[in-house]
Design a binder for this molecule. Structure first.
Ligand code: IMO
Ligand code: MG
Length: 431
């Protein structure tokens, strides 16, 4: 009866896709439960570097049925483009492989335009969103005025409602933001064609997941974004608009907690963030630049979705403890340990300092100001110079790397069940 939930434990970009790809070798269903094409999930396997935004990272495992669940917001243009790309790589994304929950929501091009206009209007107070229309689409969902994927079953009626939606958004674009509008007729025609193409993929996603779980199959629930971007428990307002935590898998897919057998938190061996908002362990020096890389490799710290350089800093265990509690994590997958190779000294935040006192828990009750003002308390460790990309067993890691992983386990109170030591699928270190 296992549902396995994989969530990001930091600010996104933790490398969830590679963990999902890895666990998907034993999964019957791989289901995305939140977010939209703000996500950028990179899988390196079989000589391919796949950049996925909407399609679950299980698509590379032929045995897994992939589902885009009810909690996702879907830009149809982006989905179709991604499907075409996957087909060009020889992957099957037909209706038997890729299923779309009828209850998932639609992102219109005008949601994107509104996201951009609102961000521009906020000026220096901008959230730094991906401008993919995520916030406006979830807002329309909550306001009960949005279109759902199930509406594509009747393409002509769908097209009419798309045109209506675009007209309503156009009024807001014009009146509120003095921004340019988009053509309702052109978008309706485009979306009508997508509806015809995608309608055969529609399913009752919750029934698909429920029946699989009842039959004793394994359902892997793939989260997008990371703990601190969660709409309820993240660093609001510098968050995304969906439920990112493990609980989001239950609401986003529609099944009960009794089926969850394992919750995996994915964390990078350091911390990154894109967009605005406080970041206690941020490094604005050459160590930060070293972590970021030059952008020449696909795994350097530049956004998969927007290409923005990511803010980089030391690993923050206060954040991981918070993620462990809120998502009820059973274990951690520590990603990109190889990036730390060659740094002479390493620092890890184990608490924050408030009025000379160490505070070990995430200061959610004190809000963003605390996060911006309280200084991290670091534990320093020696680095290692060895190349660890060929290592596959914990015991074969350099002693300093083992000590780094042990500190994480001890401080967070969770086992680290895998460490990634390179971008390739098989560059995984296990106990
Ligand atoms: P994956 O799945 C990193 C960030 C944006 C911004 C905030 C709100 O690849 O980990 P939004 O467009 O969602 O309204 O932006 O959230 N953000 C992400 N950061 N990885 C992501 O996804 C993100 N999705 C959104 O940078 O700060
Ligand atoms: Mg990302």
């Amino acid at each position: 009866m296992p549902a396995i939930v994989v969530v990001g434990a930091q600010w996104g970009d933790e490398g969830k896709a590679r963990v999902v790809d890895w666990l998907a070798s034993d999964a019957d269903v791989v289901a995305r439960f939140n977010g939209g094409d703000n996500a950028g999930h990179t899988v390196v396997a079989e000589g391919l570097t796949l950049k996925l935004h909407l399609v679950p990272s299980g698509i590379l495992r032929p045995g897994a049925t992939c589902l885009i669940g009810a909690g996702v917001v879907v830009n149809l243009r982006a989905l179709v483009k991604e499907m075409d790309e996957l087909v060009s790589y020889g992957l099957d994304v037909g209706p038997s492989r890729l299923k779309l929950s009828a209850a998932a929501h639609v992102i219109l091009p005008t949601h994107r335009a509104l996201d951009g206009a609102r961000e521009d209007a906020r000026g220096k107070d901008a959230i730094g969103t991906t401008k993919r229309g995520i916030g406006p689409a979830y807002a329309d969902k909550a306001a009960r005025v949005n279109l759902r994927l199930g509406d594509m079953a009747k393409p002509e009626e769908f097209a009419e409602r798309v045109a209506e939606g675009v007209r309503a958004h156009n009024r807001r674009l014009q009146e509120r933001y003095d921004a340019s509008t988009l053509s309702p007729e052109e978008i309706a025609a485009e979306y009508c064609a997508y509806a015809r193409r995608l309608a055969p993929h529609l399913v009752d996603g919750s029934a698909l997941v429920g029946e699989a779980l009842e039959a004793g199959k394994t359902v892997l629930c793939e989260g997008a974004q990371g703990m601190l971007l969660d709409i309820d428990h993240g660093t609001y307002p510098y968050v995304t608009s969906s439920s990112v935590i493990a609980g989001g898998a239950l609401t986003g897919l529609g099944f009960g907690p009794k089926y969850v057998s394992r919750v995996v938190g994915v964390a990078k061996a350091y911390t990154t963030r894109v967009g605005a908002g406080p970041f206690p362990t941020e490094l604005l020096d050459e160590t930060g630049d070293k972590l970021r890389g030059t952008g020449t490799n696909p795994w350097d710290e530049y956004g998969t979705t927007t290409g923005r350089p990511r803010r980089c800093g030391w690993l923050d265990l206060v954040i991981l403890r918070y993620a462990a509690r809120i998502s009820g994590l059973d274990e951690l997958a520590l990603v990109k340990l190889d990036v730390l190779s060659g740094l002479e000294r390493l620092k890890v935040a184990v608490a924050y300092e408030r009025d000379g006192e160490p505070i070990k828990h995430f200061p959610a009750e004190f809000g963003l100001e605390a996060l911006a003002e309280w200084r991290p308390i670091y534990e320093e460790l020696p680095g290692w110079t060895e190349d660890i990309m060929g290592v596959r067993k914990f015991a074969d890691l350099p002693a300093a790397a083992q000590a780094y992983v042990s500190l994480v386990e001890e401080q967070v109170g969770l086992p680290v069940t895998s460490v990634s030591a390179g971008p390739e699928r098989d560059q995984v270190v296990t106990p």
